[in-house]
Design a protein around this ligand. Sequence first.
Ligand SMILES: C[S@@+](CC[C@H](N)C(=O)[O-])C[C@H]1O[C@@H](n2cnc3c(N)ncnc32)[C@H](O)[C@@H]1O
Length: 480
Amino acid sequence: MDGGREFPIPDGFEGGVDQYLVSLVGLYLEPLVQDLVGKVQILDFFLGERDLLQETVSEEWLQFFDDGDLDQILDFLIFFKNPESLHPPSSLVDFISKIRHLSIDRTLPKDLASTAPLPFLQTSALSLGMSPKKIHECQYLAAAVSSICDDVDTRHVIDLGSGKGYLSRTLAHEFDCSVVAVESVKSRTEGAGRLDTLYDSKGGKRKAKALDAYRAKGSLIHVEKFVSSGDLHEVVDQAELLDEKAVLVGLHTCGNLSHHALRSLFETKAIHGVAVVGCCYNQMTEKLADHDDIGFPMSSKLDTYNIPLPMSARMLACQAPATWTKSSREDFFKRHFYRALLQRIFKDRNLLESDKDKIVIGSLRKQWYTSFSTYCTGACRRAASAHSYRIRSSSPADSQNPFEITPEVAEHYHDLYLLKKRRLSILWTLMACTVAPLTEALIHLDRFYFLKENGARKVSVSVVFNQSISARNLLVVGLK
Ligand SMILES: C[S@@+](CC[C@H](N)C(=O)[O-])C[C@H]1O[C@@H](n2cnc3c(N)ncnc32)[C@H](O)[C@@H]1O
């Protein structure tokens, strides 16, 4: 676990986690970072007189962003590449250096990377249905969980948000754990059951029949349940583990499921260890938005700082700019450009009650992004049905229905704003490079302090996957 360190603090913080937290919060609350965290919404990029990059950065930065080669500028923002030859303004170099200095190093520790954990799932019936990403995750996480089980002195595991049961199956059949897989979505639990059967039919070596005995080594049962707190006594009771010790694990426990998992260490008697890799921070709830079920902050330590973690910051925290390829980043830019441009059309057609008005469109399939005109058709179909009350008789001249955008109109807007797509791409990259690493670090510091404050005997946060294979790769462990 990262050479025994409790938290993967970047270099230069000899004062430990506390010193790191103070510096991180200091930068997070600086005005420019706060703008990128919440004030700047890429959707509004074209709504003002001036575009949003102009509104957000200094004249000096803007000039640098406007002049150089776009790919080189993006590589500078993402990887800090070639600052000497690109000559960015010194204030921009300082800003990016500070972000990098405070970002957690997400590389898999050398000792873990050089000794790929057993089993080699590629050659096992366990890999049925798994993507290469899932194989990597299950190999590494199952090995980590197995050693946590050794520490706790149990083989009982509860896999929270188990999906199709890939991790559960690996733990049961390769690591001799007795696993209770808990999942809220029926179709996934059923899919997991089918994969169990397939595993048997392909000669997988089961150590125990499901339902034989919940508590037998190698047993695996699936429980369909929506978990809404850290009180898992019902699950523990059903699995006949009330007087046993169990380790609760989660592979990509999305949103609040992570904090339910961490709280279970203190709210469920049988749980003696937790090991979770979180994801989908956008689905978390935060205190400053007045939620009872608080996913952030969990710790008193972070609570004292009153740090806002708005939805936009949590969405950006799901980005991993270092893993973007040229084509994936181009895809993001196109999606944001189309959506922001459509918002401008909505504004011009008086469809927005204010500039903050959101018209929900949701995600569209790839085929709708072949051109802006095609995008308008797909997006407006959604918008019109969700907002049918908005279709008024006093519609603009080019159509009876304000949500109907002809190819000519779409093309006109597209050509008019195309030159600004470059600025939008730069702003989005600047937002992701700034907000993602800092927010993810804050969330993990909060989880770390929460476990410490509540008396866990061992607490650690460490990198558990290769980030280029699985971007959400921070494992939080707590033992009582
Ligand atoms: C990102 S998926 C990961 C699935 C699985 N662990 C894997 O890695 O393949 C998260 C899973 O958690 C489940 N889930 C989310 N919230 C839940 C809740 N409150 N209670 C139980 N399951 C939940 C989802 O249905 C989903 O299958």
